[in-house]
Ligand binder design. Sequence first.
Ligand code: DLZ
Ligand code: SF4
Length: 513
Amino acid sequence: MTTLRIILGDQLTSQISSLDGVDPQGDIILMCEVFAEATYVKHHKKKIAFIFSAMRHFADELRGIGYEVVYYPLDQAKPIVTFTQAVEKTLVAHNVNQIIVTEPGEHRVLCELQSWSDTFNLPVDIRADTRFLCDHAEFETWSAERKSLRMEYFYRDMRKKYSILMDGDQPVGGQWNFDSDNRKPPQPSFEVPDTYQNPPNEITKNVLSLVETQFPSHMGDTTGFHFAVTAAQAKVALAQFIEERLQYFGDFQDAMIQGKPWMYHAHIGLYLNVGLLLPLECISAAEQAYYRKQAPLNAVEGFIRQILGWREFVRGIYWQKMPGYASLNFFHAKQDLPAFYWNAETKMNCLHQSVKETVENAYAHHIQRLMVLGNFALLAGIDPRQVNDWFLSVYADAFEWVEMPNVMGMALFADGGVLASKPYASGGGYIKKMSNYCKDCSYKVTEKNGADACPFNYLYWDFLDRNRDKLGNNHRVGMMYKVYDRMDDNKKRAIHNDSAKFLKNLDALPSDC
Ligand code: DLZ
Ligand code: SF4
């Protein structure tokens, strides 16, 4: 009699709870390259390659320490389509008496796992994912005590719980949050150190060619693939960030420079989200850098807040609000996602650059995602479902538990304010301040209306006017309505006409994409 332990593609750590109590002699570990997981949204080629290569390396590591691993690589002639099929195939060959798996990061997959005890008539132990620093029950208790859920207070409790950057019961530096120091505009002359580069080995090369032949219509290509694919390599990538970029991370975390996609960010989200790195090791690496005086407090606190605060908070929201969260659409936004989100063909330079870098790298940094790509989708009234699917498929670090709250809550305000207190809407002025994109743009950021005007400028006001019934009573937006109401009728008409014309000409996704 045998226990079957299943490890999903984003659970690649020996600390995973499904391995707790494993018997190396008797148990079987199952991993599978599942066709539908790569295609139900068309994941970027580099993302699929990253996950498959990291899975293959992890399977080898487990075998190296004596475990029996059943690994199904993607069979091009006869692919395994679902996790359930992978289990079915394993059960035929092995006399299994129970299944153990760690809860997945997506509600859809959880439903699939929950159906197994009936399907296979076996006990199925779905264990908590103990990689996270706040479990479901703790988040429920925390949120039950509050009228509105705000990350800042959650974050403070997590700082205290794990005693991170604490001086007794007070925050180090006398302040919990140094975000106001973290908005410096870019200086294009910056020499930004390169991101971590890991040349593909034979295992990765095989995966790269598999992905190119098997998923030809997916975004991007595998050229220049450089991601870490083992925990040891991911640790080097983390150390390199701490050494070379963390000191500037805070000051310039919102800055965007044309041709410099990586800036001073960490680029470790993808490793953290598949288990190659663990949250506390990243947090403690940054905290130690502060105590060694290698990086200033605003940088270290900002980095730690992303992992200890924001990451855990959005996960809590995701599981608390699913499955209903996926279909929220506060503004009733219906516009189709424009084709330029896939091919970068737009005269709006900020969007062109952000999509181009996304296609090349399966990465864009948080302000490109939030204030360029997300802001445009918000102002243009793009259907949240389509925006979600796009973000989930194109970024190597995107898994639904983290992607959906960021897109639905933060970027689109489609949840009506569960996550954020106001929409992150802005005109072209913000992008001009925080980037050098505008100087190479066909549009003029200083013009508010007319054929040459930056579309963000009139779309911003049109968005507010269109959604007055939803936002009019939001005191954080109230000031902007006062500004709009003081505009004369000609100006308001020009805003409306420019927006209508622009939105009418936004082409939808071609049907073959
Ligand atoms: C995202 C993804 C992809 C592209 N491929 C696989 C796969 O082939 N096998 C697998 O076990 N997991 C894969 N994943 C990750 C799963 O989709 C992931 O477990 C869920 O999205 C839950 O986070
Ligand atoms: Fe973007 Fe407007 Fe600047 Fe062009 S002018 S880059 S569209 S913000």
